[in-house]
Design a protein around this ligand. Structure first.
Ligand SMILES: Nc1ncnc2c1ncn2[C@@H]1O[C@H](COP(=O)(O)OS(=O)(=O)O)[C@@H](OP(=O)(O)O)[C@H]1O
Ligand SMILES: [Mg+2]
Ligand SMILES: [Mg+2]
Ligand SMILES: [Mg+2]
Length: 443
């Protein structure tokens, strides 16, 4: 048995919907499958797939379909929390691009924005409503940057965007709070992300992964995983800018700028954005395309099964990696790619959208080799690893061992770097190529 609902409050249903803890899920509006045609869905199974019984939920309005299967309610809550986060982040990104909002930097000089704090507050609030105040969340952000004279102004903008977003919670099937959250409540929600690591169950959140891509109007992700007894058992990956056509991943923000000048995407048509979900043991991963409205909200579409690419010939494989050399050695991976026989140019993409690309079958390989001494954080990988594995892919360190999510905030004991691929045959070849290149590298 992979999990149970002991820690969940009673799930109650009534004529208006159902609830988990104090979080009410109204009867969902019906799906609008016509918004995504089979030609626009990229490399996915174009037939809308029913979720297996353990993941069935009330989106068709049929309460009888709710089952107490493994992680069903957790996945439902997590998906809605991430969807709400996508809405908040996308609004902030548009404000940044219009220069109405800007990014700040943390003590370690990395970027942080109103969206990083806002998404953390919203997701934390939703999880606490569903699973109680005692819920354990390990998340990237803290509230240090929201103190002092400068911080107070930023905090006001965070509180405003959180309330703006929560007031529209019904878009993702959640009941909005009865009144606006106050500053203290927002700070408390953000700080909940600094929970002590628990051995039993913790949520792991990267509210905005790829903040650099985010402020540049490019790819970013909202990543929520759940760890139980040291293993990732649930993953939700929101990629609000993931393009309908995978080749557009290459365009970075230029595509969006160009596209918005030439022809705005028709309303009600899918052109970008998806949320990927899966749970341990499901043997499948799903993608829900987001269809954006002009007011910054979106329509959700039925989940569709995604699967990794069947390609195992390196000459045919697409390899992706971080955009910034500082985050992963491009020269090292170039050597690996060479000895492996990869022919295509690397696809450099910000954020965990790289995991999404592998899970969707849009790329075959993702490698990250950070500089010596850098410790990878669990929130940068948890959701992506689970989704790729359930979609049929493989994720290990360069020694071929699974990533260890049992040791707290960092991936302790990581051997050199992270390798993600679409299958075991290709994976073995990559590991051999890494070994061959390692001794001559300067990492
Ligand atoms: N020096 C160094 N080495 C390796 N990794 C680092 C480093 N510094 C930061 N980070 C983490 O990288 C996360 C962003 O990864 P990306 O794949 O988006 O990188 S890139 O911007 O495309 O280069 C980024 O996540 P976010 O902070 O959520 O954006 C960091 O957790
Ligand atoms: Mg960061
Ligand atoms: Mg990150
Ligand atoms: Mg982040």
């Amino acid at each position: 048995m992979l999990g149970n609902f002991d820690s969940l409050r009673e799930i109650s249903r009534n004529a208006r919907g159902w609830s988990v803890g104090s979080l009410a899920f109204p009867r969902a509006r019906s799906w609008r499958p016509s918004a995504v045609s089979s030609e626009t869905t990229g490399n996915i199974d174009s037939r809308a797939q029913p979720r297996p019984q353990c993941l069935e939920h009330n989106r068709d309005g049929n309460d009888k379909k709710i089952t107490r299967g493994v992680y069903a309610q957790e996945l439902e809550v997590a998906a809605r929390a991430v969807q709400l986060g996508c809405m908040l982040a996308q609004r902030v990104q548009e404000r940044i691009l219009r220069k109405e909002e800007n990014a700040g930097s943390k003590d370690d000089k990395s970027l942080v924005t109103v969206a990083d704090w806002g998404v953390q507050a919203v997701v934390s609030w939703v999880l606490s409503q569903a699973f109680g105040e005692e819920v354990s969340i390990i998340a990237e952000e803290d509230t240090k940057g929201l103190k002092g004279m400068n911080g107070i102004q930023t905090l006001q903008r965070v509180v405003a965007v959180v309330n703006e977003c929560l007031s529209q919670a019904s878009v993702v099937g959640l009941t909005p709070p009865s009144r606006k959250l106050g500053t203290i409540e927002v700070l408390r929600a953000i700080n909940k992300g600094n929970s002590e690591v628990r051995s039993s169950r913790s949520w792991v959140l990267d509210p905005v992964d790829g903040t650099l891509g985010f402020v540049r109007g490019d790819q970013y992700a909202i990543a929520l995983g759940m760890i139980e007894d040291g293993r990732v058992v649930l993953g939700v990956l929101g990629c609000p800018n993931y393009p309908m056509r995978p080749q557009w991943l290459n365009y970075h923000q230029k595509y969006y700028r160009l596209a918005s000048k030439i022809a705005p995407p028709p309303p009600g048509k899918w052109h970008k954005g998806c949320v990927l979900t899966s749970a341990k043991g499901a043997g499948q991963a799903w993608m829900e395309p987001l269809v954006w409205n002009s007011d910054g909200s979106f329509l959700l579409n039925p989940p569709r099964v995604v699967a990794v690419s069947p390609v195992d010939d390196p000459a045919q494989a697409t390899f992706c990696e971080p955009v910034e050399k500082a985050n992963s050695s491009h020269s090292f991976t170039e050597g690996v790619a060479d000895s492996l026989g990869l022919r295509k140019r690397p696809l450099r993409v910000y954020s965990m959208a790289k995991y999404a690309a592998i899970a969707r079958g849009d790329a075959e390989i993702f490698m990250k080799f950070a500089r010596a001494g850098y410790k990878e954080k669990i929130w940068d990988h948890a959701a992506g690893v689970l989704i790729v594995e359930e979609a049929g892919g493989v994720v290990t360190d360069a020694g071929g061992r699974p990533l260890d999510f049992s040791k707290g905030r960092y991936l302790e004991g990581l051997d050199r770097g992270i390798i993600v691929s679409c299958g075991t045959g290709l994976h073995r070849r990559i590991i051999s190529a890494v070994d061959a290149s390692w001794n001559s590298s300067k990492l």
